[in-house]
Design a protein around this ligand. Structure first.
Ligand SMILES: C[S@@+](CC[C@H](N)C(=O)[O-])C[C@H]1O[C@@H](n2cnc3c(N)ncnc32)[C@H](O)[C@@H]1O
Length: 439
C-alpha cells in the first residue's frame, strides 16, 4: 500500500486544527474564513511542513509545465448539455446515434502520471497543485462542481492539505483558498486514465494517469448501466473519446452516461452506492439504482471464474480440448450477466477462439473471432491487442483453407490462452464431459 506523505502529515496535523461545528460549517459555506483560521494555526509549524513536503510540492508543480491545452471537439455532432433533476447538468443527444459514434474528443487540461512510488504526494493533491498553478488558463474547469467530500473529516483534510501546500509555496492565503477549491473539483471531476498493460503474460487494463477533461466533466453523469464509454489514447497525450457503446441506437432526447467505476454487471446496488458515496460524495440516482428490481446474486460470475481457473490449469498441461471446453462453459456463464456487445464478453470470446483453434477446430475459432471483431472494431483502438489478434487470425484463416493454418504467434497466443485455457479446462476438470455448470 502506498503511503502518501501529504496524507500522513495531514492526519497528524488535524489534531492542531479547530474542529468545532463552526469551523466545519465555515469550510462548507465560507471557505476563506475557515481556511484563515486553519492557516493561522498551522503557520507556526511552517518549517516542519516545508521539511516534509517542500520538495514534493515543488516536483508536483513542475508537472504543470508538461500538460496540454489542446482543447476539445465533437466529431459526431448531435449533442447538447441539459439539466436533469437531482443530477445537475447532463449530456443529451439531439439525433439518433449508433454504437461507436464519438461524441466528445478532448485533451486533458491537466494530468499527473501515476507511478507506484512510495512517500509521494497523493495524485489528487498533485493534480490540484498543477491546476492551481495554471489557474488563468482553466476558466472552464473553474465552473465544475465542487462538492467532493462534504462530510466533516473529508472537508477538514482538504483544509489541512491546502494549508500545507500553500505554506510550501509561499505566504498567500489566496493560494490556499484556490488549492482548497481545486482539491474538491479534482475529487468530483478528475478521471483515471487507463491503458492496456502487460502483467504476467496477460494484457490487463490499468490506471496510468489522473487527468481533468473539463468538457467531459461538466456534463457526463454516471450510470451503473451506461450507454457510453471512455476510450483513452495514452500514446496521444492522453486524449479521451466519449463513445456510444450501447448495442442499440441512442434516440434523440436520451441522456448519454458512462460508469465512474461501479457497474450493475459486477456489483450489487448497496456496494455500488457505497463506492460512489465514498469516492465522489453523491447518492447514485441512475435508473438501475432507482429500480425496485432485486439485486442479482452473481452466481454466474462465481461459476465463470471457477471454470476459468480450470481452463487455465488445462492450458498449463497443454490439454487444449479440455481447456477449450472449460473456457466455452465459462463464456456461456458470462453471457448470463453481460449483454451481447459488451467489450468484456468479446475479450473472453477472443480467448475462447484461441483455445478452440489450439484444440483443432479452426472453423469454429474463426466464427468466434469474427463475432468478437464486430463488437471490438467500433469501440476499441486499432492497436488493441485482442482486436489486432482477431483481425490477423481472420486474415490467416480464410474459409476454404482453414485447416492448413497455424495458431497465432507464440507470445500473443500464450497471453491469450493463459486466460482462455483457464475457462476451458473448467468443464473438463469437472468430470471429463460437459458439466452441468448451471446448477
Ligand atoms: C463529473 S460531474 C457530472 C456533471 C454534473 N452533473 C454537473 O452538473 O456538473 C459529477 C457529478 O454529477 C452528479 N452525478 C453524476 N451522476 C450521478 C448519478 N448517477 N446520480 C446522482 N448524481 C450524479 C454528482 O453530483 C457528481 O458528483
Amino acid at each position: 500500500m502506498v503511503c502518501y506523505a501529504d496524507l500522513a502529515l495531514g492526519h497528524r496535523l488535524l489534531k492542531e486544527l479547530p474542529c468545532d461545528d463552526d469551523a466545519v460549517a465555515a469550510l462548507r459555506e465560507d471557505p476563506p474564513r475557515a481556511l484563515k483560521r486553519f492557516w493561522e494555526a498551522l503557520r507556526p509549524l511552517q518549517d516542519q511542513i516545508r521539511k516534509e513536503l517542500g520538495s514534493l510540492v515543488t516536483a508536483a508543480l513542475a508537472e504543470s509545465k508538461a500538460s496540454d491545452l489542446r482543447g476539445c471537439s465533437h466529431p459526431s455532432g448531435g449533442i447538447e448539455v441539459d439539466e436533469v433533476p437531482d443530477r445537475g447538468r447532463c449530456l443529451k443527444v439531439t439525433k439518433p446515434l449508433t454504437r461507436g459514434s464519438v461524441l466528445i474528443r478532448e485533451f486533458p487540461v491537466a494530468k499527473v502520471l501515476l507511478e507506484s512510488k512510495e512517500h509521494s504526494l497523493h495524485p489528487e493533491t498533485r493534480l490540484a497543485l498543477v491546476l492551481s498553478a495554471k489557474e488563468e488558463k482553466t476558466k472552464v474547469a473553474q465552473k465544475l462542481l465542487d462538492h467532493g467530500g462534504r462530510d466533516a473529516s473529508a472537508l477538514r483534510m482538504r483544509g489541512v492539505l491546502a494549508c500545507c501546500c500553500g505554506l510550501c509555496i509561499g505566504n498567500s492565503i489566496e493560494k490556499v483558498v484556490s488549492l482548497f477549491g481545486w482539491l474538491g473539483r479534482v475529487r468530483i471531476n478528475a478521471v483515471a486514465v487507463t491503458a492496456l498493460v502487460e502483467a504476467d503474460g496477460d494484457m490487463v487494463e490499468d490506471k496510468v494517469a489522473l487527468a481533468l477533461y473539463p468538457e467531459l466533466a461538466r456534463c457526463v453523469n454516471h450510470s451503473c448501466r451506461p450507454n457510453g464509454l471512455l476510450r483513452f489514447n495514452a500514446k496521444e497525450s492522453h486524449l479521451v473519446e466519449l463513445l456510444i457503446s450501447s448495442p442499440h441506437k441512442v434516440a434523440a432526447g436520451e441522456e448519454v452516461t458512462i460508469s465512474y467505476g461501479p457497474l450493475a454487471s459486477s456489483m450489487v446496488r448497496s456496494e455500488r452506492q457505497a463506492a460512489l458515496r465514498a469516492q465522489y460524495g453523491f447518492e447514485c440516482r441512475c435508473p438501475s439504482c432507482a429500480s425496485k428490481v432485486q439485486d442479482e446474486d452473481f452466481h454466474w460470475k462465481r461459476k465463470a471464474q471457477m471454470l476459468d481457473d480450470r481452463a487455465r490449469a488445462a492450458v498449463q498441461r497443454e490439454a487444449w480440448q479440455e481447456a477449450a471446453i472449460a473456457c466455452s462453459a465459462s463464456v456461456a456463464m458470462l453471457r448470463e450477466g453481460f449483454r451481447d456487445g459488451d467489450i468484456e464478453l468479446a475479450r473472453e470470446e477472443c480467448k475462447l477462439a484461441g483455445l478452440t483453434l489450439r484444440a483443432g477446430d479452426a472453423v469454429k475459432a474463426r466464427e468466434i473471432w469474427a463475432a468478437a471483431c464486430q463488437v471490438l472494431r467500433p469501440l476499441v483502438l486499432p492497436a488493441d491487442p485482442d482486436l489486432q489478434e482477431a483481425e490477423e487470425m481472420l486474415k490467416r484463416l480464410p474459409w476454404p483453407s482453414i485447416r492448413q493454418e497455424r495458431p497465432p504467434s507464440k507470445d500473443r497466443s500464450q497471453a491469450t490462452f493463459a486466460t482462455a485455457a483457464s475457462k476451458i479446462e473448467v468443464a473438463a476438470a469437472m468430470g471429463g464431459s460437459m458439466p452441468d455448470y448451471r446448477d
